[in-house]
Design a protein around this ligand. Structure first.
Ligand code: C5P
Length: 316
């Protein structure tokens, strides 16, 4: 039998099509209805067997990426969720031949697109393969849920609704393919801070419910209806912490985006520019207009196009 000494896993970012936030639960988390949609902005996580004489399962953590400001926000120690994922899998399975972990980042960091969670999902898949644990899909999803609310979605990808604190996933029927534009902010936002601001603004939050209009738009692959159905209860909290996001959203809307909102807890802003059965030339023109308008604001660090949905963590 040949044993892999290096495994690379590619994992997508997510955008939220609906993020309905209920009251804070006793465990400090909020009840959510979270419609996740995986988009073609990928991180790659590589695990490499290190010297077996090294004492710990994880011996080194490194990161590369296109944006220096985003890389500066990646913790390179056990605060990193990907590191915690490798350590958790080693503890749970008794495996743990020492490994070096490398993150090649394209997903915005602290951007509301679950980049850290995606890396953790990829680290679970990569270490499972390198160590030959052969852990069941169900157990992998269970470990993912212990690591964070968004980690399980990194394994699953496509379009899915998360309930509980977001970790209990059901796939959704979504035959359409959509084109998105993402405006990256030069700043990061802490998810915990945004939820804290949400509590201050919405002390009376109702129980979250899945939007049936969104479900229908997805099932029919109707890009215009999807754009009109996007919703995010965390948006007012993100805008309260970073008011300039309002101008970014307005710029994309005025330029013709079918829908515009903050992704997750922000500060990345997501613009739906078309898809479903639309003429690709129309979508392309709309995308170009939205990209130009966003760049002209001078508020965006980067403006990136991507497609959705795409599959979850995949071995390269
Ligand atoms: O689960 P995760 O580590 O991604 O959550 C990050 C933070 O976001 C939590 O510490 C909590 O403050 C907030 N959160 C929440 N309710 C959720 C998910 C996250 O309050 N359902």
């Amino acid at each position: 039998m040949t044993v892999d000494t290096t495994v690379t896993v590619r994992v997508p970012a997510k955008v939220n099509l609906q993020l309905a936030v209920g009251p804070r639960r006793e465990d400090g988390f909020h009840a959510l209805v979270n419609v996740f949609h995986a988009v073609s902005l990928f991180d790659e996580v590589t695990v490499k067997a290190a010297s077996p004489r090294r004492p710990r399962a994880l011996t080194a953590l490194t990161a590369t990426g296109q944006s220096e400001s985003h890389l500066a926000r990646v913790p390179l120690d056990e605060r990193n969720l990907a590191a915690r994922a490798a350590i958790l899998l080693a503890e749970e399975t008794g495996a743990g031949h020492p490994v070096d972990l490398h993150l090649d980042k394209r997903i915005p960091v602290a951007g509301g697109m679950a980049g850290g969670s995606a890396d953790a999902a990829a680290a679970l898949v990569a270490c499972d393969l390198l160590w030959g644990c052969g852990i069941s899909r169900e157990s992998l999803l269970g470990l993912a849920a212990r690591l964070g609310s968004d980690v399980a979605f990194g394994l699953v990808g496509a379009t899915a609704v998360g309930t509980g604190r977001g970790e209990l996933l059901e796939p959704m029927t979504s035959p359409g393919r959509y084109r998105w534009v993402f405006a990256l902010s030069p700043r990061g936002l802490s998810t915990a801070d945004v939820f804290g601001e949400y509590d201050r603004l919405r002390p009376d939050a109702p129980e979250p419910r899945l939007d049936s209009g969104l479900e229908k738009a997805l099932a029919e692959g109707d890009a215009v209806a999807l754009g009109a159905s996007l919703s995010n209860d965390l948006q007012p909290a993100a805008l309260s912490l970073l008011p300039e996001l309002g101008r970014t959203l307005d710029a994309g809307r005025s330029a013709g985006a079918l829908g515009a909102q903050v992704s997750g807890s922000g500060p990345t802003c997501a613009f739906l520019v078309g898809g479903g059965g639309e003429d690709p030339a129309v979508v392309g023109e709309r995308e170009a207009a939205v990209v130009a308008a966003l760049r002209a604001t001078g508020l965006c660090e980067q403006v990136i196009g991507a497609d959705g949905d795409v599959p979850g963590a995949t071995v390269v």
